[in-house]
Design a protein around this ligand. Structure first.
Ligand SMILES: Nc1ncnc2c1ncn2[C@@H]1O[C@H](COP(=O)(O)OP(=O)(O)OP(=O)(O)O)[C@@H](O)[C@H]1O
Ligand SMILES: [Mg+2]
Length: 282
């Protein structure tokens, strides 16, 4: 536990700058551009309103800034539609807006390279040192999503405003709509850090951002506690599920189905859909 206290002792007056992450940038990240990225005119479905990616990120963070209780954001979309690229810019905005002072990113998609820029840690025992070096810690294999959630919960309990961003949330799931950290390998009850982050973490300033291709795999506590649903292009059963669940209003379904790569819409449970499609590049 002393290690954890050391881990959370870092307090910075201002978030460290993030090399390679540019808040103002809406383009790709150097890992390849999407040929299909098109501006509003090319992609517009109807006479809908449009906004920039920066507008969309600001809107996604506005409930967290207003409540000072961290953000809980879900990001859905087809593969290669730009979820991880969006998440890179969201991390910058989270730090700049002081929604969180420490960001843990579970980034294990590619064994040979990280998708996110930050201090890399390949074991949770390295997190304390990584936090001394920078505000963003990228958790790489073999760190599990379960371990990442446990550390995020501990940091929040020690009053370190922390965002846990899980890039491939499928790996945090122990089945459809079941967190992998609800059960130990021997079948006994395990810790429930993901559930805690969803339901209680906001009160301690914890933030959670989950990226997933198929929204119907997410446990109910993640869906119900989300402040904002960021929806990239989706169709088929995934879109039908979001409409049936009440996340996407029926009048928005055609827009979501037709979104080009890099474009997204925002939905909340409390407010009517704005009708805005957010595009990139600006
Ligand atoms: N707004 C954008 N403008 C230009 N290029 C983009 C944009 N968003 C994403 N890209 C590029 O498109 C590719 C796929 O993006 P990304 O990895 O973010 O997709 P993804 O939705 O996370 O996919 P997956 O579900 O497979 O992880 C990357 O090469 C990325 O650089
Ligand atoms: Mg991705």
């Amino acid at each position: 536990m002393r290690k954890m206290q050391t881990m959370v002792s870092r307090k910075t007056d201002s978030p460290a700058p993030l090399p390679g992450l540019r808040a103002e940038s809406t383009a790709g990240t150097g890992r390849g551009e999407l040929e299909g990225i098109q501006g509003p005119q090319a992609s517009r479905v109807s006479a809908g309103k449009t906004g920039t990616r920066a507008d969309g990120i600001a809107a996604a963070l506005s409930p967290a800034i207003a409540s000072a209780e961290g953000c809980r954001i879900l990001v859905y979309g087809r593969t290669r539609w730009g979820k991880s690229a969006f998440a890179r810019h969201l991390v910058t905005a989270v730090l700049n807006s002081r929604v969180a002072e420490t960001v843990l990113i579970h980034d294990v998609k590619y064994p040979d390279h990280a998708q996110f820029t930050g201090e890399e840690a390949t074991a949770i025992t390295q997190i304390g040192e990584a936090m001394q070096a920078g505000s963003v810690v990228v958790l790489r294999p073999p760190v599990s999503a379960m371990e990442a959630a446990h550390v995020a919960k501990l940091l929040a309990e020690y009053r370190e405003p922390t965002l846990l961003l899980v890039d491939e949330t499928r790996r945090a799931l122990g089945g459809s709509q079941i967190w992998c950290d609800g059960k130990n390998p021997d079948g006994t009850q395990g810790p429930r850090s993901f559930e805690w982050l969803c339901l209680e973490g906001g009160g301690l300033g914890a933030s959670l951002v989950l990226l997933v291709q198929r929204p119907r795999q997410l446990p109910g506590d993640a869906v119900d506690s989300a402040q904002v649903h960021v929806v990239f292009g989706l169709g088929g059963r995934s879109l039908a599920y979001l409409v049936a669940a009440g996340t996407v209003p029926p009048e928005a379904a055609a827009t979501v189905r037709a979104l080009k790569p890099g474009a997204f819409c925002l939905f909340t449970d409390d407010e009517e859909w704005s009708g805005i499609t957010y595009y990139s590049p600006e």
